[in-house]
Structure formats: structure tokens, C-alpha cells
Design a protein around this ligand. Structure first.
Ligand code: ATP
Length: 430
């Protein structure tokens, strides 16, 4: 974990938020490489969930919504975590995070408590996670609004809009990607638990029948797991975990998490939730089928975190064989697909030829340029960034119009005709 955090900062994947002013707990800024990685994850998700399907449409709803949305959805009342306060130092923790509490108690014990003193805690209080903001221009008359705690509600409040303005029929889904905000009691584990983060969610509407609900719940569980595997997450580091009755969210009939084996233990990064008719009925929304039958559909939700996925893709990709460190990211997720180098930076003909190759690849692929140091150092630098292919222009290029293409994972090189380079990269990305 420490190596990944350091690499992320050093190479421009992820920086602490507002760092020059001492940071802001629970916020992170994605740098040039991190923002590409995140964009690639979101694009792949959108392509598989919307672009390639005929039963899902996308939306992009506002972050700030009428507060009545949160009253109706139950979030004002029930979007809470149990909070306890340490009576020794007044730090606050989530009562259900037993390991964090035990760790905190141990740190007090190691510091040495006054004789006879135990670490004591307040009894758990409900703590609402919604972040509040104020809107309006007249002081004293500002309206309290909430920054959305989950992006989900935007899909529900627009359900009838989507049905009436599109040719969609149940079963169908509404997909969305966007920011969510939670006043988390204990942000931590790098970006894993942040106060501002991005979600990628599907709300899939089905007939309110047990068989339909169960069928689609199982279907989406499989689809989502396969998607993560298809982008390189190691199968043995993935598992499903069923929610116990006591931990299920207020809206869920049943729920299962997809977990990844992170350095800090098995951790959720996507939830598959059977929300029943909770949300649509709370918003008093319904559906009429072709036979004129009216009903409130049930919802199967897949709710993934972009930031948690990005972190797990990075952790999963990290490779170190003591000679070099490389990120074995799936090429479609890699920030740069290809890097182009002139063998020598002071040979005009090589630089010009390399520049023309760089210019020809750049419109189609995220392409990096490097002419610093020697070739070995440039390879190491691209390995750490996860760039799958490095193209070197050497003296042979000037004679036969071929370049060496070096593979990130095997470090092997092959010669490819310049005229076939774009097709070579495109084929590998298919
Ligand atoms: P946790 O139990 O870890 O707090 P949750 O069960 O509350 O998570 P959901 O409400 O199911 O999470 O949210 C769906 C997804 O949104 C999560 O699987 C995760 O990927 C992402 N997510 C939720 N909270 C955070 C957060 N604080 N920081 C980053 N991602 C988050």
C-alpha cells in the first residue's frame, strides 16, 4: 500500500487534496495519469453498460436536488452510521469498524494510560452522512440543500421522464456516473474511504415478481464480476459477500458486495442491491405496461465506486521483480497506450522521424514523448506509468522504416513497420 501511495504521488496519479494548504481530510486530486486512468475506467463501464446494450440508457443528473428528494428517499432519517467517541482523546470512530476501534485502544495502551484507567467510549449515536450546503443570495434566507450522498436518486426522480421521452420498456435500466459526497466519520486507507468520490451505477427496473427480481439480481452479479475480471482484476482476489440483515441499507431487500483482497483486508468496491419498490413508491412513481397494467417496478442496482476500482486496479497491477517496477494495467485502462522515443536526443534525423510518428499516433491513442536520459531509464519510467508499448526510432528506422516496439510486461522487443504501427496498437487494444 505504501509503495502504491508513493508511486501515485511521484508519477502524478493521485495527490492529497489541497495539499499546499495542509490538505482537506478525505479529499484527493487526480493528476495527469490518474485522471486518464479514471476516465478509462468510466469509459469502459459506459461502453459495456450503455453503448453495447439495447436495454440501458444513460443520464447525468444534478448533484444538488430539492431536499424533498432526500426526505422521501429516507436518507434524512436513515443514511447514518453509528458513531462512538473515545473518552480519552475525543476522536470519533464508526462503531461497526471493530478493527479500527481495537487499533485505537491499543495505541492508547502503548502510550501508557494513567493507572487504573481503561479506554472508554460513548454509547453509539446515529450520525447522518449527508453533506449540507446553502443556496440563495439573501443572507438569512438561504435554502439548505444536500450534496447527493449517492447518485442513485437522480435516476429515480427522472424515471417517468425517461420512460415518456424514450422507447424503453421494462425490463430496462438507467445508468449514471457522477460525484457523491459523504461526511464519513473516518476517511482512510488512501482513497478507499473519501468524503468526495465518484460512483458508476445502474438502476435496472423489472416487474415486481420474485422470480424476475431474483433472475436479474443473479444476472447482474455475474455481469459485474465478469467486467472486473475482463479488465484484469485477479479472480482469486475477488469474492462476493452477502450483507447480514443488520448491516443492510434502509432501502435494500437484499444485497451482496463484490470485494477485493486489499492490503488492508477484503474490502467492498461494488454493491449489488435489490431495492425492491422502495424508491419509486416513496417518490410516488409508477409504470404502465402495453396492456394498460399499472405497477411499481422493482429495482436491481449495481453501485460501483470509480475511486475504489481505480485503487484496486492499481494495487492489482503493481509488479516488482527487484530489477524494475511496472504497472501491469489492462492496456485499455493504461493512461498512455504508447510512448515514442528517438534513440538519441541530439540526432536531428532521429528526433524528426520520432516526432512525425508521435504526431501520427496522437490523434488515435494517448501517446507519450520522452527524449530524456538513456533508453533504459525511459523504459523504466514508462513501466511505472503502466504504458504497454514503447516505440524507439533508431538508425535502422531511417533505412527501412521500421521501429522497435517494446512490450511492458515481457520487456521483449519486436520490429514493426512504421506504416503498420497504428494498426498494431489498435489490434492489441481490441
Ligand atoms: P462502506 O460500507 O464501505 O461505507 P457502503 O456500503 O456505504 O460502503 P454503498 O452505499 O453501497 O457503500 O456505495 C456503493 C459504492 O460507492 C461502494 O461500493 C464504493 O465503491 C463507493 N463508495 C461508497 N462510499 C465511499 C467512500 N466514502 N469513498 C469512496 N467510495 C465510496
Amino acid at each position: 500500500m505504501e509503495k502504491i501511495v508513493a508511486l501515485c504521488k511521484r508519477r502524478g496519479f493521485i495527490y492529497p487534496g489541497s495539499e499546499i494548504y495542509g490538505g482537506l481530510t478525505g479529499t484527493w486530486d487526480y493528476g495527469p495519469l490518474g485522471s486518464e486512468l479514471k476516465r478509462n475506467i468510466k469509459n469502459e463501464w459506459w461502453k459495456s453498460m450503455v453503448g453495447l446494450r439495447s436495454d440501458v440508457v444513460g443520464i447525468d443528473a444534478a448533484i444538488m436536488m430539492n431536499p424533498q428528494v432526500w426526505r422521501s428517499s429516507g436518507h434524512l432519517e436513515a443514511f447514518t452510521d453509528p458513531l462512538v467517541e473515545c473518552l480519552v482523546c475525543h476522536q470519533r470512530f464508526r462503531a461497526d469498524k471493530r478493527e479500527e476501534i481495537a487499533g485505537h485502544e491499543n495505541s492508547h495502551k502503548a502510550e501508557g494510560l494513567p493507572a487504573g484507567r481503561q479506554v472508554e467510549w460513548t454509547s453509539p449515536k446515529k450520525f447522518n452522512l449527508l453533506v449540507e450546503a446553502e443556496l440563495g443570495v439573501v443572507e438569512g434566507e438561504k435554502q439548505k440543500v444536500y450534496l447527493r450522498g449517492e447518485i442513485t436518486q437522480g435516476a429515480f426522480v427522472n424515471f417517468e421522464n425517461v420512460v415518456s421521452s424514450n422507447r424503453v420498456k421494462i425490463p430496462f435500466g438507467i445508468a449514471q456516473i457522477g460525484k457523491a459526497f459523504r461526511n464519513e466519520i473516518t476517511p482512510g486507507n488512501f482513497t478507499y474511504r473519501s468524503r468526495e468520490f465518484e460512483q458508476m451505477e445502474l438502476e435496472f427496473f423489472v416487474r415486481p415478481e420474485k422470480e424476475e427480481g431474483d433472475k436479474w439480481f443473479d444476472y447482474w452479479k455475474k455481469e459485474r464480476l465478469e467486467w472486473y475480471k475482463s479488465l484484469g482484476l485477479t479472480e482469486s482476489k475477488l469474492r462476493f459477500r452477502k450483507h447480514e440483515d443488520s448491516e443492510r441499507a434502509h432501502y435494500a431487500k437484499y444485497a451482496e458486495d463484490i470485494e477485493f483482497e486489499a492490503p488492508f483486508g477484503w474490502s467492498e468496491f461494488e454493491g449489488i442491491h435489490h431495492r425492491g419498490d422502495w424508491d419509486l413508491s416513496r417518490h410516488k412513481l409508477g409504470y404502465m405496461d402495453d396492456q394498460g397494467q399499472k405497477f411499481t417496478p422493482w429495482v436491481i442496482e449495481t453501485s460501483g465506486g470509480v475511486d475504489r476500482s481505480a485503487l484496486f486496479f492499481l494495487l492489482n497491477a503493481y509488479q516488482d521483480d527487484s530489477k524494475r517496477v511496472w504497472l501491469k494495467l489492462h492496456p485499455r485502462l493504461a493512461p498512455y497506450k504508447v510512448a515514442v522515443f528517438p534513440l538519441l536526443a541530439n540526432k536531428q534525423e532521429l528526433v524528426e522521424k520520432a516526432r512525425s510518428i508521435y504526431d501520427s499516433l496522437k490523434p488515435s491513442f494517448m501517446t507519450a514523448w520522452d527524449d530524456r536520459g538513456n533508453i533504459g531509464k525511459r523504459y523504466l519510467s514508462q513501466d511505472e506509468a503502466g504504458t504497454p508499448w514503447c516505440v524507439t526510432v533508431d538508425f535502422q528506422t531511417l533505412e527501412d522504416d521500421t521501429v522497435t516496439v517494446r512490450d511492458r510486461d515481457t520487456a521483449e522487443q519486436e520490429r514493426v513497420k512504421v506504416s503498420e504501427l497504428a494498426a498494431f496498437v489498435a489490434k492489441k487494444l481490441e
